[in-house]
Design a protein around this ligand. Structure first.
Ligand code: SF4
Length: 219
């Protein structure tokens, strides 16, 4: 695993669990709003043995480990890492852009992941413009999540390029979700468009309740 960062304790990254967060390097997308851009080209990695020793020491004190990125499903030994973490007694959460359904399938069918948060970045037709890549794999991964016993959510970072009506179209396109988080966009540079405030995002979430009753603003 190319682990470019380790957050030793996090209270909000894994719902209902106190967790450590492992940030993997590299991504197959190039989102203009990426907050982890430094991870995309990172070449300085944590020693995997050190990370596991840390997790061994914290077993019983932390509830979970979040595997985030970057895009974790690009890591060749992700399943082995998740298995080792599970064997220490942790719950595992995967943060993913949904582009690698085969890897997500391996994690789900192996019982190696307890919670999956998948990004739903934009209307699928706009992925090339917004993420620099087609939305390949998104719908297949969504189908896997629907068929699984794991907890899961979709989440949309409310970048200013997405309008209210467009958001409604996105909410309609994916069927009813167990959880749908609208997240605050924190500017990464000089923004050409006005960003949404937490109050506006809360109001957008309220507006979507007729389509997605389990939507909420994570601001
Ligand atoms: S998918 Fe995530 S990590 Fe990759 S470029 Fe987009 S925001 Fe950054």
């Amino acid at each position: 695993m190319n682990i470019a960062g380790l957050l030793k304790t996090a209270t909000i990254d894994f719902p209902h669990r106190l967790a450590a967060v492992v940030f993997t390097a590299g991504c197959n997308y190039d989102c203009g709003f990426c907050h982890n851009r430094g991870l995309l080209t990172a070449t300085d990695f944590e020693d995997n043995g050190e990370v596991m020793r840390f997790l061994e020491k914290r077993a019983g004190l932390l509830d979970g480990v979040v595997i985030s990125g970057g895009e974790p499903t690009l890591q060749k030994d992700l399943l082995g890492f998740a298995r080792a973490v599970k064997e220490l007694g942790y719950d595992v959460k995967l943060d993913t852009n949904g582009s690698n359904p085969g890897v997500v399938d391996g994690l789900l069918s192996g019982g190696l992941v307890d919670y999956v948060a998948m990004d739903y970045k934009a209307p699928l037709a706009r992925y090339p413009e917004i993420c620099g890549a087609q939305a390949d794999g998104f719908l297949e991964t969504l189908g896997l999540l629907r068929a699984s016993d794991a907890e899961w959510e979709l989440r949309t970072t409310m970048i200013p390029q997405i309008g209210r009506e467009e958001l409604r179209g996105m909410a309609e396109a994916v069927g009813r979700l167990p959880l749908y988080a609208l997240q605050l966009y924190r500017p990464v540079g000089i923004e050409k468009l006005r960003i949404y405030t937490p109050q506006e995002i809360a109001s957008m979430a309220e507006d979507l309740k007729d389509i997605q009753p389990n939507v909420f603003a994570r601001c």
